[in-house]
Ligand binder design. Structure first.
Ligand code: PLP
Length: 385
C-alpha cells in the first residue's frame, strides 16, 4: 500500500495508458473520449433534448427493437438490472431465475429484495442455461410472472439461447428480463425477434463508452405491467413512471440531473456502431475471437466453455498447472500495461478472462495479448506444448 498523502501534496490525477482486455471496461475510442470532453449544457436545454431523441433512435438500432420505451438509465449495468426488477416484480410475484454464473446470482438477490419469490434454475458455471430445465420449472410453477436470465454470462463466457428462453416465457404468459450487458454490440441482441420484454445492458463493454450508463428497453407488455402495478415501485429513483416524465415526455420535466457528458459519449459510441454496422461489428468480434483462440490453444490453454456456446467477446481459459494466476496478471499489467480479468466465485484463481470488447477488439490487441502472455509464461518457467 502507498502512504496516504497530505492534501497539499495532491496534484492532478494522471491515468496510466492501459490496454483493456478484461471483462470491461473496454478501451474508449478517441472520438468517444472527445465527445465526453465537450462543454456541459443544461439537461433541459433544447439542444440536449434533441440529442436524447437521437440516442433513443440509436439504442433501438443497437437493440434491434421498435420499443418506444428505450433509453439509457443513469447508472452502471447494475442499475439497469435493478430498474428492470423493481419495476416488474411486485411483492409475492414468482420469478424463475436462471443461474449459471455470477450475474444470475445477483438477479436472485434483486427478486428477493423486491419481495418476490425466486424459483432458481441452476446450471453449472460455464454451461449455457438449459431451456428444458426452464420449461420444466414453468410447468411446475404455472403462476410464474417473470423469467429472468443472463444472455452473455461474463463470469464464464457462456452464451445462452435467448430466443428459446424468451419464447418459453411468452408461451407461459410470463414476462422476460434479459441481461445483455456483455452481449450488446458484440453478438446479436435481437430484442423484437426474441420477443424479450425488459432488456438491460451497459455502456462500457462492447459499446466501449465511459462506464456509468445502462441502456434499457421495455416491450409494450412490460410497460403495461409497470402502469398497472398494485403497489408503487419501491425505488423512487428507478420508478419508470417518474423517469419517463423526463425521457419520454413532450414537455420534459426535471427528474434528476442527467449525466450530460456521459450521454454525449454514448451517443458518439452508438454513431460509431451504426457507421460500422451491427453485423460487421458481430463479424469483427467473431474473427478476432478465432484469432485469439488459435493463439491461446497454441500456448496449450483450454477454454472453460464448449465451442458452440462461447462468447467471442469473453474468452475464459483455465490457468495452467504450476502457474500463479495473480502473478501473471500482475506482470501483464506492470510490464505490458495490459489488463486481463481474473476468475470470479468458484472460478477465482482457476481461470483468466480475456475480453475482446468493442474498441478493444482488433488484431493489434490480439497480437499484443498473445505475445505478452507467451513472454510472461516463458519467464515463469511454463513449458509450452
Ligand atoms: C458487467 C456486468 C453487469 C454489471 O454492470 P456494471 O456496469 O458493472 O454495474 C451485469 N451483468 C453482466 C452480465 C455484466 O457483465
Amino acid at each position: 500500500m502507498t502512504a496516504i498523502p497530505a492534501p497539499a501534496a495532491i496534484t492532478s490525477f494522471k491515468a496510466p495508458r492501459r490496454t483493456l482486455m478484461g471483462p470491461g471496461p473496454s478501451d474508449m475510442h478517441p472520438r468517444v473520449l472527445a465527445a465526453l470532453g465537450q462543454p456541459v449544457i443544461g439537461h433541459l436545454d433544447p439542444a440536449f433534448a434533441g440529442m436524447m431523441d437521437e440516442l433513443k433512435v440509436l439504442l433501438r438500432y443497437a437493440f434491434q427493437t421498435e420499443n418506444a420505451l428505450t433509453f439509457a438509465v443513469s447508472g452502471p449495468g447494475s442499475v439497469g438490472m435493478e430498474t428492470c426488477f423493481v419495476n416488474l416484480v411486485e411483492p409475492g410475484d414468482k420469478v424463475i431465475v436462471c443461474r449459471n454464473g455470477v450475474f444470475g446470482g445477483r438477479m436472485i438477490e434483486n427478486v428477493e429484495r423486491c419481495g418476490g419469490v425466486a424459483v432458481v434454475v441452476e446450471d453449472t458455471w460455464g454451461e449455457p442455461v438449459d431451456p428444458q430445465k426452464v420449461a420444466d420449472a414453468l410447468k411446475a410453477n404455472p403462476d410464474t410472472k417473470v423469467v429472468a436470465f443472463v444472455h452473455a454470462e461474463t463470469s464464464t463466457g457462456a452464451q445462452s439461447d435467448a430466443a428459446a428462453l424468451c419464447a418459453l416465457a411468452r408461451e407461459a404468459g410470463a414476462l422476460s428480463i434479459v441481461d445483455t450487458v456483455t452481449s450488446l454490440g458484440g453478438t446479436p441482441v435481437l430484442v423484437d425477434a426474441w420477443g424479450a420484454d425488459a432488456v438491460y445492458s451497459g455502456s462500457q463493454k462492447c459499446l466501449s463508452c465511459a462506464p456509468g450508463l445502462s441502456p434499457v428497453t421495455f416491450s409494450p407488455r412490460a410497460v403495461e405491467k409497470v402502469k398497472s402495478r398494485k403497489k408503487k415501485c419501491q425505488s423512487w429513483f428507478m420508478d419508470l413512471n417518474l423517469v419517463l416524465g423526463y425521457w419520454n415526455a413532450e414537455n420534459r420535466t426535471y427528474h434528476h440531473t442527467a449525466p450530460v457528458n456521459s450521454l454525449y459519449a454514448l451517443h458518439e459510441s452508438l454513431v460509431m456502431l451504426r457507421e460500422e454496422g451491427l453485423e460487421a461489428a458481430w463479424v469483427r468480434h467473431r474473427d478476432q475471437h478465432l484469432a485469439l483462440k488459435a493463439g491461446l490453444e497454441a500456448l496449450g490453454l483450454h477454454f472453460v466453455v464448449r465451442e458452440d456456446a462461447r462468447l467471442p467477446q469473453l474468452n475464459a481459459v483455465y490457468v495452467p498447472e504450476g502457474v500463479t494466476d495473480a502473478e501473471v496478471r500482475k506482470r501483464l499489467l506492470k510490464d505490458f500495461n495490459l489488463e486481463i480479468g481474473a476468475g470470479l466465485g468458484p472460478l477465482a484463481g482457476k481461470v483468466w478472462r480475456f475480453g475482446l470488447m468493442g474498441h478493444s477488439c482488433h488484431a493489434g490487441n490480439v497480437s499484443l495479448c498473445l505475445s505478452a502472455l507467451e513472454s510472461v509464461l516463458t519467464d515463469m518457467g511454463y513449458a509450452m506444448p
